[in-house]
Write a protein that binds this ligand. Structure first.
Ligand code: 2AM
Ligand code: CA
Ligand code: CA
Ligand code: CA
Length: 273
């Protein structure tokens, strides 16, 4: 598929730009709060991806994080304005900006392509590890060209889960803390490394058993959701409804522990609904 090739090229080029900037000083601006940052590199990465997409697919639409105003309402509105396009790209130019700013090497570029609102190609590139995760609908998921599958853990005590903390002041940060208090004693351990997309790629590659987080956006999830589906995993919202571009509260697992995590989130009052 031509779009998958475009996504790979764009993610690798953007990743190179990001890697060159990680240990040099860069201008950091606040978006909605001190927890919500953007750098000149986020913007340059998005510009590079945008130009590469439009040079090859001039009539396609692009929904990119840095083209959208800060805040939940603006991001919901931007998705509604874009999702009906027949050919839509969904781009996060750096997922894990806080890590990038601090030099903590866990961030990525996430690029998805959707046709008629269904994600059909997804690429996540980790420029620090040079890990390229790719998937095309119906054709499996790959890491650096090798087929990947989700992990085999069958129970919570064997599971390594990851989550993330919403960074704005909508109260869901506390809601998720309750989920961690509930799940942490039941599982092998919980991680929260600060890039939703890269956590999803880790679930697809069997490096994590599952991942959940509240109040995310389409650009955090689209590529990773396809990777996990193509790697044999399960992706829903935190009530167990199937993934689509509008999902904000995500649970993605190897499938085996999905219902157990759903149950724990429900019991903790942490579904976000
Ligand atoms: P970002 O680095 O692209 O902004 C960390 O918990 C995850 O939440 C990251 O994937 C991060 O993406 C995302 N995130 C950061 N700020 C956010 C905000 N204000 N609202 C929702 N998600 C956010
Ligand atoms: Ca951001
Ligand atoms: Ca993001
Ligand atoms: Ca981002």
């Amino acid at each position: 598929m031509a779009e998958l090739e475009t996504a790979i090229q764009a993610a690798k080029e953007a990743g190179k730009l990001i890697r060159e900037k990680v240990y040099v000083s860069k201008r950091v601006d606040r978006k909605s709060s001190a927890h919500d940052l953007v750098t000149e590199v986020d913007k340059a990465s998005e510009e590079l991806v945008r130009e590469m997409i439009l040079s090859r697919h001039p009539d396609h639409a692009i929904l990119g994080e840095e083209g959208v105003a800060a805040g939940v309402e603006a991001s919901k509105q931007a998705l509604e304005e874009h999702r009906a396009y027949e050919a839509l790209w969904v781009v996060d130019p750096i997922d894990g900006t806080t890590n990038f700013v601090h030099g903590f090497p866990f961030f990525c570029v996430s690029i998805a392509f959707a046709r008629n609102q269904e994600v059909v190609a997804g690429v996540i590139y980790d420029p620090m590890q040079d890990d390229l995760f790719t998937a095309e609908k119906g054709k499996g998921a790959f890491l650096n060209g090798e087929r990947i599958t989700v992990s085999r853990e069958k129970t919570l005590p064997e599971s390594l889960l990851a989550t993330g903390f919403p960074t704005d002041a909508r109260g869901v940060r506390q809601v998720n803390t309750e989920a961690i208090l509930k799940l942490a004693p039941q599982v092998r351990n919980v991680r929260a490394a600060g890039s939703a997309a890269l956590h999803l790629a880790c679930v697809a590659a069997g490096r994590l058993t599952g991942f959940w987080e509240l109040e995310l956006n389409a650009w955090d999830l689209a590529a990773g959701a396809l990777l996990i589906q193509e790697a044999g995993g399960h992706v829903t919202d935190t009530l167990g409804r199937p993934y689509d571009l509008g999902v904000r509260h995500i649970l993605a697992t190897n499938g085996h522990v999905h219902d157990d995590v759903l149950q724990a989130l429900k019991e903790a009052g942490s579904t976000g609904f």
